[in-house]
Design a protein around this ligand. Sequence first.
Ligand code: GLU
Length: 287
Amino acid sequence: MRMTRLAATLGALTMALAVAACGGDDEGTGTGSGGGKAGIEGKAAGGKLVIGVKADQPGLGLQSGTAYTGFDVEIGKILAKGLGVPESGIEWKTTVSANREPYIQQGQVDLVVATYTINDERKKVVNFGGPYFIAGQDLLVPTASTITGPESLAGKRVCSVSGSTPAKRIQTEYKDAKLQQFDTYSKCVTALAGGQVDAVTTDDIILAGYAAQDQYAGKFKVVGKPFSEEPYGIGLKKDDTAGCNKINDILKAAVTDGSYKKAWDDTLGKSGTAAPELDTTKLTNCA
Ligand code: GLU
């Protein structure tokens, strides 16, 4: 009886220690001086954040020297501020479509704000705050092109980016198109300008940015019939539910205090398009 009780006590103690060790480990992930908080909030408490953005998408994420500009960059700054990180504490890191999930999983970036569509497949490996914008897949074609939508792509050379949802949609739903894939959209646009492809496909908001570039003035048009819904999310580690909720809280506050509208007006809004009404009742559940 006594032995049994001792064994039970030892068992309970071992369990308690194991649980404590687990708790300690959890709190330790990425905390630095995180005051006990794990995940993105713990990292931010150390005053630094690494944010993944695109480097070649005008109006959204564009690198010039060491500076990054665009709507995604402004959203990144809003998030950093809401997490208590000064702008000087942000390290911008260029991501392409295909490396966003691995960069988050490996901890090479803390957040991704990079025209990043929220979908179930990606949710298996990363978490998403947002959406902070809803785009739609469209086509960029030469001004004189007869392409009027995805149904006229059969036999046409269509360029998109590996690891992106638009490339996948062409592969699965428009199999008669000849898909050419690069790692960035700017390479596709260069190929379009050189006549090596007949169309570029990705989100309308990205294509509009290229069409508006001075060097392509009068050369291209966006077809203007979006054929998907691409809700842009903020990617972070899959297990960081608290961080995801915090991001959604920051987005809600940004709509209320006008900083979301300002982020738009200072970037994509310069073309004259009014800031979208962000429906904050539709933010992710952060499972
Ligand atoms: N929003 C789409 C995606 O996340 C296309 C844009 C991109 O590749 O960044 O795949």
